[in-house]
Design a protein around this ligand. Sequence first.
Ligand code: ADP
Ligand code: MG
Length: 442
Amino acid sequence: MRELNEVWDSVLKQMSEEISSVSFETWIKPVTPVSLDGNDIVLSVKSSLSKNMLMTKFRSMIESCLELAAGTSLTLNVVVEEEDKNSNNGNIESEDDPITRKSELNPRYSFENFVVGGNNNLAYGAAIAVAETPGQKYNPLFLYGGSGLGKTHLLQAIGNRYSELYPNRKVLYTTSEKFTYELVTAIREKTNQDFRNKYRNVDLLLVDDIQFLATKELAQEEFFHTFNAIYEAGNQIVLTSDRLPSETPHLTDRLKGRFQMGLIADVQPPDYETRLAILRAKIEDEYFTFDEEIIEYVADNIRSNVRDLEGAVKRILAYAGIERTNTISIELAQKALKEIISTLPQRNITTEVIIDEVEKYYHLPQGSLKTKKRSNDVAYPRHIAMYLAREVLGESYPQIGDVFGRDHSTVMSAVRKVKSNLSGDTELAEKLQELVDNIRKN
Ligand code: ADP
Ligand code: MG
């Protein structure tokens, strides 16, 4: 008798030729072969709905494929490995195959676990709108932004919410690379019609990283027609990219035009508060507890994107594992993040940056703090800026004096004044904290 995996691979091959590709992707491909013992084969699936389908609709077909593959008849056993929360506990609602291609969607990405901040609220709001009322408001929805900022997360969350709300409609998640690859294969194997059926007859098409489409003319041509077919049928398209359509080299004008027809929403790097919220959300599920101090340390130092924030948490946890400790100290966090922090681009805080932020905060025209004006509305913020240059940057009094065109004793007395005001003035303390945050997060 042949090995379990060999037998199952042969079943997969036979089944893929027998049933529709949607049925195959939904029910057969996700099955994991577990054991082959005597005449018993055990398969595992993720939901009782899948088990029901295997044991009813596909049972005789699987058994005959098994017999062909193994050379003897086998008894089919199916176990449910992990009850999938999204399944309806084995109640088969319709005779038809569910059309949504769940396998392409990762339930890990949801709107519920997406942290919303000023950096992504437009994209988030629009994503919810298209998931709930597709084909109406924003078509296409074009999400763009730098790497690791949550574009794939939002795109997948749209697919997940949509398939919950509209279980009988077709959703297709793909990347522009996969689209291109499948197109090339379809042309080679002369299965263009299947390709078109797959991509054009969907209710919701989600294409990730559309910027890579621009490398192939043929794919652009095909995608133009795909887009039109879906759009004209009143169905929804959502695209992501790392840049605007107008800034995508080699993208044809007519595709640029199509991509700009709906709503273009950006995702920006998270600000300090949002970074804190993301970190809190990411460590919520972990066994370890992180002191607020550590969360702030990470938020202060990792500003690039959410992927790096997640990476930082993982690194800290890995270090805690190595050191066999379940209390995470700030030293441990610093040690864990030392290498990444030094390789990330950080904004260079200078006295100039501080002056800039203080002027903005007090709504003063740029350059006012460096003038000789002594009126209180300028002098007071000037003192604050000097204090921050000293306390945040640790600059020397003469260095600060140089930037402001004052001598070091003037700076010294300004810093002292702010310090003495600070004791007992919580409002000032809060203002300073806000300023420090502004200075750090930009
Ligand atoms: P992109 O596609 O823009 O490169 P991803 O969507 O892959 O970025 O996001 C990178 C990681 O960060 C993923 O694990 C994702 O779940 C997570 N992530 C991104 N933005 C958020 C957010 N606002 N809230 C929670 N997690 C996020
Ligand atoms: Mg992505």
